[in-house]
Design a protein around this ligand. Structure first.
Ligand SMILES: Nc1ncnc2c1ncn2[C@@H]1O[C@H](COP(=O)(O)OP(=O)(O)O)[C@@H](O)[C@H]1O
Ligand SMILES: [Mg+2]
Length: 237
């Protein structure tokens, strides 16, 4: 069963074609990376999948529901590319507020868990506007996860994070066994660490999909996976 489906998505911003007939599916429980260079259409795809923008043509489904339906919203956890939690609220207030809004039953426990997971204890009473960019990213990740979503859509999730935090987030995301996850990134090594299949897009079109293993096999001996992907991109014009 597909938990994420994109069907023939087209989207333009004025003259700029962001999505040009993009179709793919992600099985429930599968972890997949959406890979492509800057401007390939990754963030636009995620915005369509969460119902923030509607496509000019084609459709998206989350667990079989329209992205902007209440049912889809319940299961989605979304980390936007430039995530900005409420700046005037403290870190703790942001977590409590979103948890309550999301109908989390054990708000207190869950907020504690998220503060620990992302090592936000030291700054929990600070307003978000006074945080560093990396600390703000940690809050945004906590907000995307707090309601235990079944479908996670993460846009460049490790941006701004220091290496130890990256490792913590990677192992936590990998521990979420039956959570369907789509990670948009332009960094191949992140795709390899977080997912087992990649969708490579360029100019708003799917140019290849397969497992990370298959991608490795397509390379010459010891050829870095980045170089294999770069070759495919060039091939796609
Ligand atoms: N709000 C917008 N207005 C105009 N053009 C946009 C807007 N958002 C994205 N684009 C353009 O659409 C294309 C795809 O962008 P995006 O989905 O953000 O790519 P990616 O996330 O892969 O870097 C780019 O050419 C970008 O400049
Ligand atoms: Mg982007």
């Amino acid at each position: 069963m597909l938990c994420i489906e994109a069907k023939d998505l087209h989207k333009r911003y004025g003259k700029v074609v962001a999505l040009d007939g993009l179709s793919f599916g992600v099985e429930c429980g599968e972890k997949v990376a959406l890979i492509g260079p800057n401007g390939a259409g990754k963030s636009t795809t995620l915005k369509v999948l969460v119902g923030l923008i509607s496509p000019d043509q084609g459709y998206a489904k989350i667990a079989g529901y329209d992205p902007d339906s209440i049912m889809a919203r319940k299961v989605i956890g979304y980390l936007p590319e430039d995530a900005s939690p409420y700046p005037m609220l403290t870190v703790r207030e942001n977590l409590e507020y979103i948890a309550a809004l999301r109908g989390v039953e054990d708000v207190k426990e869950r907020v504690e868990e998220m503060l620990d997971l992302l090592e936000l204890r030291e700054v929990e009473r600070r307003r978000v506007m006074a945080l560093s960019r990396g600390q703000r990213q940690k809050v945004a990740i906590a907000l995307a996860l707090i309601h235990r979503p079944k479908v996670l859509l993460l846009d460049e999730p490790l941006n701004y994070l220091d290496i130890p935090t990256q490792e913590k987030v990677i192992s936590y995301l990998n521990s979420l066994k039956d959570v369907t996850t789509l990670v948009a990134t332009h960094i191949m090594s992140i795709a390899v660490r977080l997912t087992s299949r990649v969708l490579i897009i360029s100019h708003g079109k799917l140019i290849w999909t397969g497992t990370v293993q298959e991608l490795r096999h397509m390379g010459k001996e010891d050829e870095p996976i980045e170089s294999v992907v770069a070759r495919m991109m060039r091939g796609s014009g």
